[in-house]
Design a protein around this ligand. Structure first.
Ligand code: EPU
Length: 439
């Protein structure tokens, strides 16, 4: 992996000729939490269907930095032991770079009674506060000291106390954090107004496999009876499919597929996107873990307004690919990003490709179509917008260069290989060749 790698894509210029089958990876946002939850187990945890992506490598490094034994036993399999050498001393450098490192705070505080955390980093998608986490930890008995560079949390008795926690906002990672922390707490924790994202259910099922007592899984009130360390002896857990990756392939198919089949996914997790695309004129068939899609003629794609929402509403993580879709649909669509401020900034770059997009305010853009996009050089600002740029490059006329591929590798495994297999003309350049050439 080299920071200066880029993708060069020769666009289809509006042709609809991608064909074939693409298998969806395990979900990044589930796998990261399961790895963090390994800190709640006294013995070895075996995780399967883990995507081979940069964020997962970072989480593995983070666990190793705290003394965990992390073994990659297959392309998609990890064995993780948080045994006697395991501590709460995670690497500050790594956690600063990855927002998801925050999900380790709960398990570590619960296991060791104290943890120090730098302000978490991650995507450039606006303000991402952690007040809900700090409030909840305090409710469970932790004292939080906010230092210049870190948050230092400790529990006088050494063990968190089960409490009732109402989330003022149904935050995904906060729900997961308290669910994990509560498994080792004294007494019962009730998390109210919890988020409903399927990744939370995946985590809950993993914890239950290890002996955790959790009820209300898949609802907005989750109750956890605390107990001792979990155990996974003789068992393994397979990560759920990535609904965001599956959704991105679906949008690509809706724009450029002669016929594309998306396998190893769970269409039940994608209802909002599927219904939205159908209402925009895209024929979609689902059967078991497979979705089939073909791009209809351009003239039959209709604009639809989009409002991102917590699950089961329209996912913020699929908003950027959807904007690419809307540049090809007839009419004007309002895209309202309700979850993250700053998550529409990438649309400025799409204007360079000829897209008609007007920013109304940091949360809303108007997209007018259809426009045949023109290939350009773009820089991927975060993983979701990065993949959206790749989709834009694929449907555009001429060639596009997408810089900062690292951001795409954070969340999508071997994306160029899987796209090439569908007929996309995409190559990765840079790294070795440029280093040798002194570029
Ligand atoms: N929020 C607060 N205070 C907090 C925590 C969150 O105000 O203490 C606010 C946020 O600022 C935001 C809203 O709550 O406005 C929702 O954020 P949430 O906490 O639900 O998001 P997250 O847990 O930080 C996860 C995913 C994101 C995904 C969102 C929404 C992981 C590691 N990340 O983030 O994924 O966009 O849920 O579904 O699970 C991505 O994968 O590209 C990504 C950004």
């Amino acid at each position: 992996m080299y920071m200066n790698e880029r993708f060069i894509i020769n666009g289809l210029g509006g042709a609809r000729k991608l064909r074939g089958s693409v298998a969806v990876s395990g979900a990044k946002n589930a796998a990261l939490k399961l790895m963090a939850a390994s800190a709640l187990f006294g013995d070895e945890v075996v995780l399967k269907n883990v995507p081979d992506i940069e964020d997962i490598k970072k989480m593995a490094e983070l666990l190793v930095s705290a003394g965990a034994k992390v073994e990659k036993t297959g392309t998609h399999e990890y064995k993780i032991s948080c045994g006697k050498d395991f501590t709460s001393a995670i690497s500050t450098d790594i956690s600063k770079k990855m927002r998801a490192s925050i999900v380790l705070a709960g398990p570590l505080l619960a296991r060791f009674g104290a943890v120090s955390f730098p302000h978490p980093g991650g995507c450039v998608i606006g303000k991402r506060p952690i007040d809900i986490f700090l409030d909840g930890f305090e409710k469970m008995g932790a004292v939080v000291a906010v230092g210049e560079k870190s948050y230092d949390m400790s529990v006088a008795s050494g063990v968190l106390a089960g409490r009732e926690i109402f989330l003022k906002h149904p935050s995904v990672t906060a729900t997961e954090t308290f669910m994990m922390a509560a498994t080792l707490a004294h007494g019962t924790t009730t998390i109210k107004n919890s988020a409903l994202e399927p990744e939370i259910e995946d985590l809950a099922r993993f914890l239950v496999m290890g002996g955790a007592r959790i009820s209300g899984i898949g609802t907005t009130t989750i109750t956890v009876e605390g107990g001792g360390l979990l155990s996974a002896r003789g068992k393994s857990y397979s990560v759920m499919p990535d609904r965001i990756e599956a959704g991105s392939f679906l949008i690509l198919g809706a724009l450029a597929g002669e016929r594309i089949e998306i396998t190893h996914c769970n269409p039940a997790h994608m209802e909002s996107l599927i219904e939205t695309l159908r209402s925009a004129g895209v024929p979609i068939e689902t059967e078991g873990d497979t979705i089939r899609v073909s791009a209809p003629p351009l003239s039959s794609l209709r604009s639809v307004d989009i409002k991102t929402h917590e699950y089961p509403g329209f996912p913020t993580d699929i908003q950027a690919p959807m904007v690419i879709f809307l540049t090809q649909a007839t009419g004007e669509a309002l895209v309202f990003e309700t979850i993250f401020e700053g998550r529409l900034n990438y649309t400025e770059s799409l204007k360079k490709m000829g897209a008609h997009i007007t920013m109304m305010d940091p949360h809303r853009v108007l997209v007018k179509g259809p426009t045949l996009l023109e290939g350009k050089t773009l820089e991927s600002p975060d993983l979701r917008a990065g993949l959206a740029f790749v989709i834009a490059g694929i449907i555009a006329k001429g060639s596009s260069v997408i810089h900062n591929v690292y951001n795409i590798d954070r969340g999508y495994e071997g994306i160029e290989g899987r796209l090439s297999a569908l007929g996309v003309d995409i190559v990765r350049v840079g790294g070795d060749a440029d280093v040798l050439a002194g570029a």
